[in-house]
Design a protein around this ligand. Structure first.
Ligand code: SF4
Ligand code: SF4
Length: 166
């Protein structure tokens, strides 16, 4: 076989890494501990998702115990919003048409979820606890126009009528 001046590549296997018994025991300990934990896997959409209580999802415009809207159209939430995504038009309550317990109510209340960052500032700013975060999260859409939620989509349902006595 002819001699060459190319460097000779050793064909010897790399030395096997030495196992640290303490690390192995520690790793097995983690495995064993997790084997007996409750699984945290969510089976969405086949089963309802479990939320932390303070999860900030799609907003809810709350009603009072009489079913009147809590929003009094003070615009404080819109002023606090860093994304400028709340649009409100105010109107006066009348004797014939009472929507909220105060002088004014929100005739229009839109939140643009294209822009909302779920920071919660609007919730903190509201003096009547009218706006809160719900747990809604299914906002995905092919049409950005669908991301502008109107008051009718945000309003809490009217409380169930008192059960008839007797
Ligand atoms: S959560 Fe934040 S960004 Fe979204 S509407 Fe409220 S203040 Fe604006
Ligand atoms: S949701 Fe609250 S802060 Fe916003 S306009 Fe209504 S009452 Fe005012």
């Amino acid at each position: 076989m002819a001699e060459t001046n190319e460097p000779r590549i050793e064909n010897t296997p790399a030395p096997a890494p030495t196992a640290d018994p303490a690390a192995v025991i520690k790793g097995l300990g983690v495995t064993l501990k997790n084997m007996f934990r409750r699984p945290v896997t969510e089976f969405y959409p086949d089963e309802p998702v479990h939320f932390e209580e303070r999860f900030r999802g799609v907003h809810v415009l709350q009603r009072d115990e009489n079913g009147l809207e809590k929003c009094v159209a003070c615009f404080l939430c819109a002023a606090a919003c860093p994304s400028n995504c709340i649009y409100i038009e105010a109107a006066e309550n009348t004797a014939e048409l009472r929507i909220s317990a105060s002088e004014r109510f929100a005739k229009v209340y839109n939140i643009d979820y294209n822009r909302c960052i779920f920071c919660g500032y609007c919730v903190e700013a509201c003096p009547t606890d009218a706006i809160t975060h719900g747990h809604g999260f299914e906002l995905a859409t092919y049409d950005v126009g669908n991301m502008v939620y109107r008051k009718e989509q945000l309003l809490a349902p009217v409380p169930a009528a008192e059960s008839q006595s007797g």
